[in-house]
Design a protein around this ligand. Sequence first.
Ligand code: IPM
Ligand code: MN
Length: 355
Amino acid sequence: MAKTYNIAVIPGDGTGPEVITEGLKVLMAVSEKTGATFNFTTYDFGGERYLKTGEVLPDSAIREFRQMDAIYLGAIGHPKVKPGILEKGILLKLRFDLDQYINLRPVVLLPGISCPLKDKGPNDINFVVVRENTEGLYTGVGGFLRYGTPDEVAIQESINTRKGVERCVRYAFSLCKRRNKKRKLTLCGKTNVLTYAFDLWERVFYEVAKEYPEIKCDYAHVDALCMWMIKNPEWFDVVVTDNMFGDIITDLGAIIQGGMGIAAGANINPQGVSMFEPIGGSAPKYAGKNVINPLAAISAAQMMLENLGEQEAAQTVESAIIKVIQNHLKSLECGKMGHTTSEVGDLVAKYIRSA
Ligand code: IPM
Ligand code: MN
């Protein structure tokens, strides 16, 4: 029986609303095709609301989100708001309060996309980064001492709990097994310098590994991994890492899969409500121009469908994205696609309807 899903939609700042409009268009096409119903509730959290009312993200909204089946987010970040207020107050608050402890970021080069790496193609770039999403340097533990004086001290602690590391590592092993591709899990760390945090990660990693004899375990320091991602991306299958390193390597991942126009991510609470977003940010200088590439947001919608258990619909969306790239787009880059934002959304929706 076709299902009904309650989805919270947070278009957010900059180009967020434009790309989310296209994502919703695509989901409506999916709905016509599969009979699944989506009840969208839109929330205007973001820079504009903050500047008008001073409100960032109230706890009452978090309570409402807990009742939803998923959250679909555009982008957070506004040029007139001091960095950190919206990012921490909205995006990180959502990830933390809803305990979305996995940030899943596929790095997949779809057919038809020209790869910036010489001699590499879709067969070489197909891995997933499992980024821990609730701990590390992101928790905000720390502070200033003697603020503003010549003796000032600034401390920002990386928090790594046994529980937090273990649930993330377990997720990565289990995903690697389910993917059933190279069956290789790479821990990305910095055991040669961060000898406490990554000692814990490493111990947990090899302990959990004993339960997965079929998975090959691999380790790389984060700096070396950046190099391998460019030189030999085909080595990777699943990479697991902490919050900060995961943030950094997934921007690198985004560029080798064709750029921010296509890169999507999922903030997952396997037992709760998950959130899906393009990872590119709010790109304020392109806002309102109908030039931004909506495919990342559409891919995020695809990840949402997968997570909701609508595998077939997710497949249809992916095939439609590939057709649009192969048959219509000159480039994935903003302003160079040869089509407007809304035309790209229309094209994806058209291929879904005719699938
Ligand atoms: C991301 C972003 C965020 C992060 C920022 C906006 C807080 O860069 O989702 O990767 O660092 O996690
Ligand atoms: Mn980032």
